[in-house]
Design a protein around this ligand. Sequence first.
Ligand code: 5GP
Length: 182
Amino acid sequence: MNADIDHVLIPEEELLRKVEELGKCLARDYSGRGPVLIGVLTGAVVFISDLIRACRIPLSVDFMAVSSYERGTHSTGVVRILKDLDRNIEGQHVVVVEDIIDTGLTLSYLLEALQARHPATLRVCALLDKRGRRRVDLQLDYVGFEIPDEFVVGYGLDYAGLYRNLPYIGVLRPELYASEEG
Ligand code: 5GP
């Protein structure tokens, strides 16, 4: 295990099993509808890469990058689109693929922006859900794991740009990050 990791929260095999399951659910629900899966950069890249291979129906993939204006480590809900979609999603069946939903402020803004483009349907598939921290009411249609309020890295999730390539979800040793929460 990486020496910066305090403990593994979700091991690799468990992640892959769950992603396979989510892919099958999407394939069942979107069969014949040619959905567009939108990965939110950069955290969702590992998840979406495994997810689309587990979803064995015709589909397309696109990416968006957003940045939240933050005060310390607190999300403010004000979001800027850094990279927009390459396609028009009007009339399309859209699934937003997210790594983790925390307060929900970022996703809530994103959904509003996407809804304004009139997709036929708009749903969310999130690998991790920190439900206890939610500040807005959100419906997550597909969720991998509900997790406690701990700062996690790995499987696409970073701290200061690192740890995205760990094959599991782990909790960083607290002394390695200066939390401004509280
Ligand atoms: P929200 O707007 O839901 O509060 O923020 C969601 C974003 O915060 C995620 O996309 C992710 O970038 C970041 N985030 C929230 N919790 C964690 C965590 O435990 N680990 C990491 N690496 N990022 C997190």
